[in-house]
Design a protein around this ligand. Structure first.
Ligand SMILES: *Cc1c(COP(=O)(O)O)cnc(C)c1O
Length: 394
């Protein structure tokens, strides 16, 4: 039987994250960033839980609408869209979309003149894993001009969005961004608009979520103290799915170039030099593309040792490296980590927190297939709720 790699997705984790969101940010309506992980069950669950969806393309819009989601629950949050996509979103009834330049305004005025526009402003993204400001976001100084242009074109601008960068590790970035959004709201007023939407984007890291939420709300209270006519939304991606997915991979080959059996006299050898090289059946061209694109450093743990799934915690380890299955040397999963030297071909390794920016960007380079997902609703209290939610959106 082929030992295919597989993901395990615990959908109860996504439910828990949603409940945590509602507890800490009850005023902010989440629009899940589909690009992060467009898994069909994740989308169905979130659709049933009532989130909105941040789509980056027409393909994502179709996928979300096919679940029966109303087009008013979708924001087309890519500031640079193909004209055909804008036209199709007009047809589909998706009106909310972002922009950050005048060319986009001309395009939208031709292809979707009734769109509800959101100006994406540039904020400080220097404290994040994936900086997005290089590519998107209008510097504040350009916003008055953009809004004047939008007014000339008779376009409806309804608010402001930003993104502090994906994987934001300094929650203060949200405070600075809210301050800038306030300026953009004032510029809107100058240009003759009455903005009603504030979109605080994504970037939420689970480990710092409560801190980010509290800084965010504090800044909103400071800069938007009166908000009866203000709707606040966000575009979390990673937050909902990163820890929901684990990946199990199989060891397909093994090399011990620096023999662990003999040669202990070799005093010059760096003790941290990997002594065993393990080759597994997924790599940077597959789910581990997150190492390249998302700047992650996944760490394996042992699922089976010598064919047994009872792995004693005391088993001795040595510096090892883990490699992907392709013929390319860039395909390294872990340059050095500590694993038992006695793992065999056929044994399993696993990686946690593999749900964000992994499967969706995997290629089939070298003829390898994209992995399967096995779903669970968890054993805990949320299990029945997840099942009911999925059923309601079947
Ligand atoms: C990628 C992206 C997101 C999601 O970001 P996370 O860091 O995963 O929360 C949200 N909004 C936009 C516009 C994005 O490009």
């Amino acid at each position: 039987m082929p030992r295919k790699l597989f993901f395990v997705a615990d959908l109860s984790y996504t439910l828990q994250q949603h409940l945590k969101w509602k507890k800490f940010l009850p005023e902010i309506h989440p629009f899940y960033a589909v690009k992060c992980n467009p898994d069909p069950y994740v989308l169905r669950l979130l659709a049933a839980l009532g989130t909105g969806f941040d789509c980056a393309s027409n393909g994502e819009i179709s996928q979300v609408l096919s679940l029966g989601v109303d087009p008013s629950r979708v924001i087309f949050a890519n500031p640079c869209k193909a004209t055909s996509f804008v036209r199709q979103s007009a047809k589909a009834g998706v009106d909310m979309m972002t922009f950050d330049n005048t060319d986009e305004l001309y395009k939208i005025s031709r292809a979707h003149p009734n769109a509800k526009l959101i100006v994406r402003i540039l904020t400080d993204d220097s404290k994040s894993l994936c900086r997005l400001g290089l590519k998107f976001g209008a510097p504040l100084v350009t916003v008055p001009f953009l809004l004047t242009k939008a007014k000339e074109l008779n376009l409806d601008v309804i608010g402001v969005s930003f993104h502090v960068g994906s994987g934001c590790y300094d929650s203060a970035a949200y405070a600075d961004a809210i301050r800038r959004a306030r300026s953009a709201f004032d510029m809107g007023k100058e240009a003759g608009y009455e903005f009603t939407l504030l979109d605080v984007g994504g970037g939420f890291e689970d480990a710092m979520f409560e801190m980010a939420a509290s800084i965010l709300m504090e800044s909103i209270n400071t800069y938007f103290p009166v908000r009866d006519n203000l709707r606040i939304i966000a575009e979390p991606g990673r937050y909902y799915v990163a820890k929901a997915f684990s990946l199990a991979v199989n060891i397909i080959a093994r090399r011990a170039p620096h023999s662990i059996e003999g040669d202990s006299q070799d005093i010059e050898a760096d003790p941290e030099q990997p002594k065993v090289m393990y080759y597994v059946n997924d790599g940077v061209y597959g789910a581990f593309n997150c190492i390249v694109f998302d700047h992650q450093t996944p760490q394996p743990y042992v699922l089976s040792l010598n064919g047994s799934f009872h792995v004693p915690s005391s088993v001795p380890t040595c510096p090892s490296s883990v490699w992907g299955p392709t013929c390319d040397s860039i395909d390294c999963v872990c340059p050095v980590t500590h694993l038992p030297g006695s793992l065999r071909v056929g044994d399993w390794l696993a990686f946690e927190s593999m749900g964000a920016y992994t499967i969706c960007a995997a290629s089939q380079f070298n003829g390898f297939q994209v992995s399967n997902v096995i779903y669970t609703t968890g054993g805990g209290a949320g299990s029945a709720e997840v099942r009911n939610a999925l059923r309601s959106c079947a």
